[in-house]
Design a protein around this ligand. Structure first.
Ligand code: PEP
Ligand code: MN
Length: 340
């Protein structure tokens, strides 16, 4: 894998010659036409094409090999932050996107009530699981398609786009009928068939970090999605497993800074799963904003004690509303903002 940086004055013909050469050798080509110059990513086995030969072709300024195992996800490949819209908002730019809602869709009334409360508190995107990856097969598994229908109704009412988990490739088309953003859960981070399917869907993807995954493994999973031409990938740090037991997981705040440095992709923080206890969610959320997260995903439930999953880590709407105000102040202190 290498990137070919063309001279500012390179012609279309010169660019096409590089592309044709790479494609003839069986490579995939990724073209990015910047304001100043064009960059051509040549993706595939480095042994077939010779870097020096490409460097001698007309119009080429230089050729840079990408040494990291993740290529399309790397800053070497794309220096500028990836920015894309989510509903009326934009992720990856100066604003911070707030996603909120219950762990699971439990009923029509519950998701609509929660969606309205989250919207009033300042959320931009509605979360809610219809297909739940539960540790126990006897625990509530989610409402399935009925839950997706209620999410779509909540979107009608509030105008918020929906993020919801998809657990298997066969269900990608169904989830895409209702959702705006596909969530890959921590337990499925390395489900390659699923990464392939969501990559092909071309829907925005929220990729959770596996609970025992290296940052590099997480970025390699983003690479799978990107390799199908889907550029709208968000990385989500949701806590990792350590020896500590007072919290459900250990929030890896380092991962936010590391992922932002290694990759151009937006990074979202999930302080709910990262801590597992509502008392700590606000602290972790505020730290994530300060650390440079581009988005937040937070579990909110109007009556956490009645929740069918993750009640212990869900904020009541009033607490969530206060947290959004606090996060906004922190965002502004670090040159960002949370817009209404
Ligand atoms: C969830 O978002 O409710 C969830 C199951 O998250 P994770 O995959 O991070 O455990
Ligand atoms: Mn949950």
């Amino acid at each position: 894998m290498m990137i070919v940086i063309m001279r500012a004055e390179a012609t279309m013909r010169e660019k096409s010659a590089i592309i044709a050469r790479a494609e003839d050798c069986g490579y995939k080509v990724h073209l990015s036409e910047g304001k100043e110059r064009t960059i051509i990513g040549i993706i595939g086995d480095d042994r077939v094409i010779n870097r020096e030969q490409i460097e001698r072709m007309p119009g080429v300024e230089r050729v840079v090999p990408i040494l990291k195992p993740f290529k399309l996800a790397s800053r070497e490949f794309k220096a500028e932050d990836t920015v894309f819209p989510l509903g009326d908002h934009t992720i990856g730019g100066s604003e911070i996107v707030v996603m909120a809602g219950p762990c699971s869709v439990e009923s029509r009334a519950q998701i609509i009530e929660t969606a309205i409360a989250c919207k009033e508190a300042g959320a931009h995107v509605l979360r809610g699981g219809a297909f739940k990856p539960r540790t126990s097969p006897y625990a509530f598994q989610g409402m399935g398609e009925e839950g997706l229908k209620y999410l779509a109704e909540a979107r009608e009412i509030t105008g918020m786009p929906i993020v919801t988990e998809v657990m298997e490739p066969a269900l990608v088309p169904l989830v895409c009928e209702y959702a705006d953003i596909l969530q890959i859960g921590a337990r499925n981070m390395q489900n390659y068939a699923l990464l392939h399917a969501v990559g092909e869907s071309q829907y925005p993807v929220l990729l959770k970090r596996g609970m025992s995954s290296l940052i590099e493994e997480w970025l390699m999973c983003a690479e799978y999605i990107l390799s199908h031409g889907n550029t709208r990938v968000m990385l989500c740090e949701r806590g990792i497993r350590t020896f500590e037991t007072y919290t459900r997981n250990t929030f890896d705040i380092n991962a936010i800074a590391v992922a932002k440095q290694l990759s151009h992709l937006p990074v979202v923080a999930d302080p709910s799963h990262a801590t597992g206890k509502w008392e700590y969610v606000a602290s972790a959320a505020k730290a994530a904003v300060a650390a440079g997260a581009d988005g937040m995903i937070i579990e909110v439930h109007p009556r956490p004690e009645e929740a069918m999953s993750d009640g212990g880590q869900s904020l009541k709407p009033e607490k969530f509303a206060r947290l959004v105000r606090e996060m906004k102040s922190i965002a502004q202190a670090v040159g960002r903002d949370i817009n209404p």
